[in-house]
Design a protein around this ligand. Structure first.
Ligand SMILES: Nc1ncnc2c1ncn2[C@@H]1O[C@H](COP(=O)(O)OP(=O)(O)OP(=O)(O)O)[C@@H](O)[C@H]1O
Ligand SMILES: NCC(=O)N[C@@H]1O[C@H](COP(=O)([O-])[O-])[C@@H](O)[C@H]1O
Ligand SMILES: [Mg+2]
Length: 390
């Protein structure tokens, strides 16, 4: 069997799973990797490997064994030095080893965006001790947001409103950070009107944008996302201009999720993922080519003649609330029978639950975003996780 390309996927969660489906539809062979067996993307891939993506030797061994055409990172925490090494030996890292390295470290991407490219960001300082956290908060003012420089999905993140909360925020960040650097970013809290993800595709033929996605976050993790979200033409043009600058600086081909805060007409760059974004799961129902299809096409150098929006749509998450490896879902039929919009559900097939772990997503497409949000929330609530004993 001749495959279009062989892909080694680093990280095998729900985003990887949809990417595998998109890549396989285009004739690719995919080996899915993650730190645990039975991960969502492994269930639909051609093969799998279980190892920690932070283990450089294991990563190198997997690349040598499989000899992929493309290494496609799906999570943030990866031994990026190894990616740089294999890239230097001719393996194509998506979108580039540099992009994965810069975006894994909040301080690295912040320097590119704020200093090198001069984009508007929140005021910020880095801190490696409680003393430096206090100095950082003096600089940003209160409230401020404290995040480990290495983390995702809001892990270790807190918003501090009173100076007496700085110590617990520092302790919390250190306890929940990844990697070995005890370093946080102290950011000015932006009282934004709304926030968006601008899915930006960097292709050999130029940069393309999806209509902006609005989203709502809790605990630093997304709860619902909708597309399109209303924005003034000027704010959208500013966001597109900033996105283009960032992705051109990072280089390579693929889809990026670029995050912005919007306050009045002011657009403030926050951060980006050099890969499909969780809030972009709405494109599974909103667009003819989902963010996963777009990522696959950009990587493979296949044409993207048009990014067509079917209509207003929403995704709403289905979360677990406790730790368990013995659970089942109820209410799927009810959820799929929700009326008022076109509805779909994705259950990710994660083998275990933990508090707030995202286990699935409900999708809805309707006449208006408001209607789609209402129906998606209703459908998500109908899917219940039943925890069995023992
Ligand atoms: N400076 C800030 N001002 C106001 N809100 C903020 C600020 N920084 C973060 N937030 C809120 O917290 C959310 C998560 O922050 P951020 O995107 O930096 O974290 P993350 O851990 O990288 O999340 P993910 O990996 O899921 O994108 C933001 O989408 C926003 O709602
Ligand atoms: N914001 C980043 C994001 O959404 N990443 C997605 O979550 C998975 C990890 O989920 P888990 O922690 O439940 O295993 C990742 O593999 C990726 O698909
Ligand atoms: Mg984010």
């Amino acid at each position: 069997m001749a495959f279009t390309a062989k892909i080694l996927l680093l990280g095998s969660g729900e985003l990887g799973r949809e990417f595998v489906i998109s890549a396989k539809r285009l004739g690719c062979q995919v080996i899915a990797c993650d730190s645990y067996a039975g991960a969502p993307a492994m269930q639909v891939a051609d093969g799998y490997e279980v190892f920690s993506m932070l283990d450089g030797d294991a990563l190198k061994a997997a690349i040598h064994q499989h000899r992929p055409d493309f290494v496609v990172p799906e999570i943030e925490a990866i031994r990026t030095e190894t990616l740089a090494e294999v890239e230097a030996h001719g393996v194509e890292v998506v979108p580039s080893a540099r992009a994965t390295m810069m975006t894994m470290n909040r301080d690295a991407i912040r320097e590119v965006a704020a200093v090198e490219l001069g984009l508007r960001t929140s005021r910020y300082r880095y801190a490696e001790s409680l003393e430096e956290v206090r100095a950082g908060a003096e600089h940003t003012g209160l409230p401020c947001v404290i995040k480990p420089v290495m983390s995702s999905s809001g892990k270790g993140q807190s918003t501090v409103r009173n100076a007496n909360e700085l110590e617990s925020a520092w302790t919390y960040a250190v306890a929940n950070m990844r990697g070995d650097r005890q370093r946080v970013i102290v950011e000015e809290f932006i009282p934004f009107d709304y926030e968006i993800t601008l899915l930006t595709v960097r292709t050999r033929d130029g940069v393309l944008f999806c209509p902006p996605i609005g989203h709502r976050q809790e605990r630093g993790d997304y709860q619902e996302s909708w597309q399109p979200t209303p924005m003034s033409a000027k704010a959208l043009a500013d966001a597109q201009d900033m996105s283009r600058k960032v992705v051109d600086n990072l280089g390579g081909y693929g889809l990026f999720g670029v995050e912005f805060f919007v306050k009045g007409e002011e657009v403030i760059f926050s951060e980006l993922s050099p890969r499909p974004h969780d809030t972009g799961m709405v494109t599974l129902i909103s667009q003819k080519l989902s963010e996963f299809d777009l990522h696959a096409r950009a990587i493979l150098g296949l044409p993207i003649p048009e990014i067509r929006l079917y209509g207003a749509a929403t995704s709403a998450v289905i979360l677990a609330d406790r730790e368990s490896d013995n659970f089942r879902f109820e209410g799927l039929a009810d959820a799929l029978a929700t009326t008022g919009a076109e509805v779909d559900v994705r259950l990710f097939g994660k083998p275990t639950t933990r508090p707030y772990r995202r286990m699935g997503v409900a999708l809805a497409r309707a006449e208006t975003v408001e209607e789609a949000r209402r129906v998606a929330a209703e459908a998500a609530a109908k899917v219940r996780i039943v925890y069995d004993k023992g």
